[in-house]
Structure formats: structure tokens, C-alpha cells
Write a protein that binds this ligand. Structure first.
Ligand SMILES: [Zn+2]
Length: 511
């Protein structure tokens, strides 16, 4: 092993404005300001970690103090005494302060007292205060005093990942720059270049995965690349990165979502087991499913939106998403998204992620299977022979035999008569069904129920039905109670219920 190995993020740290990755606007504004001599007394750089805040601060410090020209220059030489000392973090006039470890006011005062003295070797005394939001209120006050009347030779460069925690009084005295998340393509180009310099193989698909996992941070991406190189001995391919990130293949995710949306519970559960056994991290899988849902939504024909080349799927996967989208409404996608979002914290809090994930899948299938409220309303108004759009093949409508409460419940559900279905299964105790005559007790208070059900039955079956409402409960179970009884006696459910003291069954998704 090479004991002198320098991590890539440090080895390839940007040394001048031109080599800053993905911060074009900032570079243009700063270089113009320096070239025209408009130098502020205080700057604040904000952005997520690893976007180049401290690198930019050091480059700016070099630009101010480089000896290659008579004054500040937008193109510091990188070779002079000052440039080299600053790059190494050893320049006597450039103080890098980590606010996290200098939060106290005494610390801050001590540092700021020295600001009165003229720089020793440079033109400017530069204070780089990293993670400035960590300072205490009194330390901020001390800083503010100096910022209000800064000595001419002092420049402050503040950096923070949490700009909202920096007092407005401080912000108003700083020139602010927002460092953006570095786009995937820019990261890819950068990583490919570094791989070339390092003489390691990095496949395009592996690079894509790394760049996406980096989520806009050059440093995060490079530390992943470091790790991948170490694990593969320099042959970084897609599989290796997927193993490292514990991610399932995008193709697997597309397959999986297709299975869920097709309503085949058994197949979906088998897939979960398979993906899980193959070692995928279920939290990551959920992230990938959310990514899928996001892109399926953006690609949905109803939106007619151009998604450009940002879609992270292959042409074949895109074609399949388009195919799925023909049968899924925007509304369904949006509800799927909501359930997934809620599951993120549920998964994090759960001791058994697999159980949690299984239940999530069941819920998703339930959503995919349910018509939306507008669909229900539309259907109630229009001809009942017009089935609501669905991915699963529409159940045969021509022959309906109703011999029991469960038959009727199933028929209502198949016809997507959700209001009727819900009322019926919850409130109606059937005591007898024979010869198109139903005797029942109604626990609820919907006076219209009988009328609605008769109309539905007559239209649906083409026969005349009689509904005989009896006044006294025959102590029969409602369909819902029957199902609950069946479910509660299922050993898997009983196990789940015993795990959570206050658990109750609030909904049951029928297969
Ligand atoms: Zn220089």
C-alpha cells in the first residue's frame, strides 16, 4: 500500500478560479470585481458541503496577496511565496478559523484584536471563518463590531452551510455568494478527468452513479471515488459502485414499480424478498423508488413537459416508464409519492426495516388500485358501465352472481363503487340473500343507501332486486368484521400486532 496516498479531494483541490468546478457565475462576478478593483471588506460564501467554499476562500486570499502583480489579481500565479503559503494553509496573514471550535466570545475577541496590526507579508490580512453560523451570539457581536469599521487592510471571508443561522446584521455587511450544487454532467466530466490522471478505469455508468450519489458535492463524490478505487483496485465498474452504495440497479427499480402498479401482490412481495436477499439497502431502494416516481411524474403525458436529457434512465427504461404512464394517473403518482415520503421517517424509526418496507409495498398497491376521488365522483354521475381507468385488467362485468355478502362486496369493489362498498362493508349485516332478495340490518344512518344499492344492483345485473331492511340486528358480522377476523387470525398479522402495543388495523388491502 502507498502510505503517501493523498485523498483525491485534497489532491485535486481547485487552485485558481478557472478550475473551480461548476461555479461559473461566482467565478465571473468575483474575477470581474477583482479586475476592476472593487474589493469588498467582507464576503460570505454559502452552499452545501463540498461545493468549494473554502477552496474559493483560499483562491480569493491568493488573488488578494499574490506577488506576481502590483495589486490584487484574478489570476494568482500559484508559485510565489504568498500563493504557496496560502495554498498550504501556512500564511501568516491568512487566518483560517473553524467557527465550530472558536465559538466563544473571548476567542473571537483575541482573534479580532490582532486585526488592528498591519499584515506582515501580504497586502491584506484575510480572515477565513468556516462554518460561521456556529459562533455564539456574543462572538457574532464581537465580529460585527469589527465588520462595522474594518481596518483598510482586513478582508473577512465567511463560509457557511446554514446561511439562515447567520444574523442579518452580519449578512448585511457582507457580499454574498451562493455556491450551487454541481450538476451531474459537470461532476462526471471532472471525475472522468481525475480517473484519467490517476490511471484508473471508471466506466461511464459507474461515473454516472457516483455523480448522482454525490448530490452536487464535489468532495462527497471524490470520497466515493476514493473508496471505489480502493475497493476495486482501480477497475471501477457499475456493479462495484452499486455494491458499494448498496443500491439496486435502476432496471430493477423500474421492474419493481411496474409490478407494484400492475397490482400483483404476490409478485411484488417475491420481488422485495429477492432484492433484499441480493443485499440492497431498503432505505436506498425507497430513495430509488422516489426517484422513479418523481421522473414518472415529470414524464407523464398529461404534463407535456420537456424533461431534457436529465432523466437518469436508459432509452429502454424510459420507454417502459412511458408505457406504465399510459395507465397511471398523475393523481395516483402524487399519492404514491406522499406515502413514500411518509415512509422515509417510518423506515428510519423502525427496528425492522423489512417489515416496514413490506407494509409500504402493500399500501402502494392499494393506492395504485384505488380510483381517485374525482374519478369516483365522475363515475357516480356517468354511466356505470364505463369502468374507471386502471392498470390491472378490468374485471369482467357481464355476469355477476351475488349469493353472499362477500360476493356483493367484491362486486362493488370490482366496479369501483367505493362509497357504496365502504358503507356496505362497514354497516350492513346480511342475514339472508336468496332469489334476488336481500335481508339486512343497517347499523349506519345513510337513508339513501337502500335506493342507491337497488339502482346499482338492477342496472348491474339486469334483474329486479328487493331489499328488505330489518329493524333488529341479527348479530351477524359485517363484511369488514369478517375480513378483520380473518386478518387478525393470520399469524403474520398477529405477530405484527403484538410488536406494537397500540397498533390497530385501520385498513385492509384486498388482493
Ligand atoms: Zn502568486
Amino acid at each position: 500500500m502507498d502510505t503517501n496516498y493523498t485523498v483525491l479531494a485534497r489532491k485535486y483541490r481547485s487552485q485558481d478560479f478557472q478550475s473551480l468546478i461548476g461555479q461559473d457565475v461566482l467565478v465571473k462576478t468575483l474575477t470581474t470585481a477583482i479586475n476592476t478593483g472593487r474589493i469588498a471588506h467582507a464576503y460570505i460564501f454559502t452552499g452545501i458541503r463540498g461545493t468549494g467554499k473554502t477552496s474559493t476562500a483560499r483562491i480569493l486570499a491568493k488573488a488578494l496577496n499574490c506577488l506576481s502583480s502590483d495589486g490584487p489579481t484574478a489570476t494568482p500565479c500559484g508559485k510565489c511565496e504568498n500563493c504557496r503559503a496560502i495554498a498550504a494553509g501556512q500564511h501568516i496573514d491568512v487566518l483560517e478559523i473553524d467557527a465550530a471550535s472558536h465559538t466563544g466570545v473571548d476567542n473571537m475577541r483575541e482573534i479580532l484584536d490582532a486585526a488592528q496590526y498591519r499584515p506582515t507579508n501580504g497586502r491584506y490580512k484575510v480572515y477565513i471563518i468556516d462554518e460561521v453560523h456556529m459562533l455564539s451570539a456574543s462572538a457574532f457581536n464581537a465580529l460585527l463590531k469589527t465588520l462595522e469599521e474594518p481596518p483598510a487592510h482586513v478582508i473577512f471571508i465567511l463560509a457557511t452551510t446554514e446561511i439562515r443561522k447567520v444574523p442579518v446584521t452580519i449578512l448585511s455587511r457582507c457580499q454574498r455568494f451562493d455556491l450551487v450544487r454541481v450538476p451531474v454532467d459537470t461532476l462526471k466530466t471532472h471525475f472522468a478527468w481525475i480517473a484519467e490522471q490517476e490511471k484508473v478505469e471508471l466506466s461511464d455508468a459507474a461515473n454516472e452513479l457516483l455523480a448522482r450519489a454525490a448530490d452536487g458535492s464535489v468532495r462527497d463524490g471524490l470520497s466515493l471515488l476514493d473508496q471505489a478505487i480502493a475497493q476495486t483496485g482501480g477497475h471501477v465498474d457499475e456493479q462495484a459502485v452499486m455494491d458499494m452504495l448498496k443500491r439496486a440497479d435502476r432496471g430493477v427499480v423500474v421492474d419493481f414499480m411496474q409490478t407494484i402498479l400492475s397490482g400483483n401482490v404476490a409478485a411484488a412481495m417475491a420481488k422485495v424478498d429477492e432484492i433484499y436477499t441480493n443485499g440492497a439497502d431498503l432505505t436506498m431502494l425507497l430513495m430509488d423508488m422516489m426517484e422513479w416516481t418523481h421522473w414518472a411524474t415529470r414524464m407523464h403525458p398529461v404534463l407535456r413537459a420537456s424533461v431534457g436529457d436529465n432523466v437518469p434512465y436508459t432509452a429502454d427504461q424510459r420507454a417502459r416508464i412511458n408505457e406504465i404512464n399510459k395507465h397511471v394517473s398523475l393523481n395516483t403518482l402524487s399519492r404514491i409519492w406522499q406515502v413514500m415520503v411518509a415512509s422515509v421517517s417510518e423506515m428510519a424509526a423502525s427496528v425492522n426495516q423489512k417489515q416496514c418496507f413490506d407494509m409500504l409495498v402493500v399500501r402502494l398497491m392499494h393506492i395504485a388500485d384505488m380510483p381517485s376521488l374525482p374519478e369516483i365522483l365522475k363515475q357516480e354521475k356517468s354511466d356505470t358501465s364505463h369502468p374507471a381507468p386502471t392498470v390491472a385488467p378490468a374485471p369482467k362485468q357481464d355476469v355477476i352472481t351475488i349469493n353472499s355478502a362477500t360476493d356483493l362486496a367484491d362486486a362493488l369493489q370490482a366496479a369501483r363503487e367505493i362509497m357504496l362498498y365502504s358503507y356496505f362493508t362497514k354497516n350492513i349485516e346480511i342475514s339472508d340473500i336468496t332469489n334476488n332478495c336481500i335481508s339486512y340490518f343497517d347499523r349506519g344512518d345513510d337513508a339513501e343507501f337502500q335506493k342507491k344499492l337497488i339502482i346499482w344492483l338492477n342496472t348491474k345485473t339486469g334483474q329486479n332486486w328487493t331489499l328488505n331492511k330489518i329493524e333488529k340486528s341479527g348479530q351477524n358480522q359485517t363484511v369488514r368484521e369478517q375480513i378483520e377476523h380473518d386478518v387478525e387470525s393470520d399469524p403474520m398479522v398477529a405477530d405484527a400486532m403484538s410488536l406494537f402495543a397500540d397498533a390497530e388495523i385501520v385498513g385492509i388491502s384486498k388482493q
